[in-house]
Design a protein around this ligand. Structure first.
Ligand code: KMH
Ligand code: ZN
Length: 289
């Protein structure tokens, strides 16, 4: 079936880049909210969130996460997706506790992968516990796929433990990580072919693979994730201005492909997100049917 529009996710911060190396990286709550607003205006429907502490180091502090989810809900309509991947050093218990802050969605990485010089560890029992907790907490997972075999691990999770909250399966192909699958059209096509029927997917190309992956994803009916978590160059030799610049380009590519950006509300419907937004009289957040 033809896909009519493009869900654009902005992965704005990540856990790997230092603020000193990329001054436009949003690391404070205020910076993140400004980024979220500008990216929403540029066509993003969802934000993938990692937070930083007062020294701009990655943290899974629950107070900070809760405050961030609340602020993004108050200030934007974006679907708020928290990372449960965190940084490669984060312990499993802290990664699972992220769900206590009741985001709309959360990432669920589908296997262990070399991650540059590090190892991003996702043991099967951990994946199971994270998935079960998402089902209990009614949080929609986004299955992060770093390598081809991880699609099989995702299917195993679904076969053994049933559908996610809301019943819809959505995966994100994270391509071009040094240690994972390459950011090539051939790898993308192979991964998409292995997804279960009815699943939707987005793709993101890390570093130099950003553009080829985005173009391949659009032509294959996928959605897009872009952002400074994944790339710091807009073009070879040209640093990214900010996250909105990457969202603007993704939106333009989508329009060119007759796949204009999806609104946040359309993304909520697609992903079957539980509506946790506060009901505020007189705000534009929600329209009653
Ligand atoms: N920071 C990476 C080690 C996720 O957000 O779920 C893991 C990551 C994946 O970014
Ligand atoms: Zn992430």
């Amino acid at each position: 079936m033809a896909v009519a529009s493009t869900m654009i996710t902005v992965a704005a911060t990540g856990a790997e880049t230092a603020k000193a190396d990329a001054p436009a990286l949003p690391v404070t709550l205020d910076e993140l909210v400004v980024t979220a607003r500008s990216c929403a205006a540029a066509g993003a429907a969802m934000i993938h969130v990692h937070v930083r502490d007062d020294h701009a180091a990655p943290t899974l502090d629950l107070g900070r996460l809760r405050e961030t989810v609340g602020a993004l809900r108050d200030e934007t309509d974006l679907v708020v997706q928290l990372s449960t991947g965190g940084a490669v050093t984060d312990p499993e218990a802290a990664r699972i506790a992220v769900l206590d802050t009741e985001p709309d969605s959360a990432s669920l990485s589908c296997g262990t992968v070399n991650f540059g010089d590090d190892v991003f560890v996702n043991r099967w029992p951990f994946m199971v516990e994270l998935y079960r907790r998402m089902q209990e907490r009614e949080v929609v997972p986004e299955f992060e796929i770093f390598d081809l075999g991880q699609v099989t691990a995702m299917s195993r999770l679904l076969d053994k433990y049933g559908p996610p909250y809301g019943g819809h399966v959505h995966a994100d192909l994270v391509m071009g990580v040094p240690g994972g699958m390459p950011g090539t059209p051939a790898a993308l096509v192979a991964a998409v072919a292995a997804l279960p029927g009815g699943a939707t997917w987005s793709a993101t190309g890390v570093g130099r693979s950003t553009l080829p992956v985005a173009l391949a994803a659009l032509s294959a009916g996928g959605h897009l994730r872009v952002g400074m978590e994944d790339t710091l160059s807009f073009l070879p030799g040209e640093p990214v201005r900010d996250n909105a610049q990457l969202v603007e380009r993704a939106a333009a590519l989508g329009r060119l492909a007759a796949r204009p950006p999806m609104t946040p509300d359309e993304a909520r419907t697609l992903l079957c997100v539980k509506d946790r937004r506060p009901v505020l009289a007189g705000t534009a957040h929600r329209e009653t049917p």
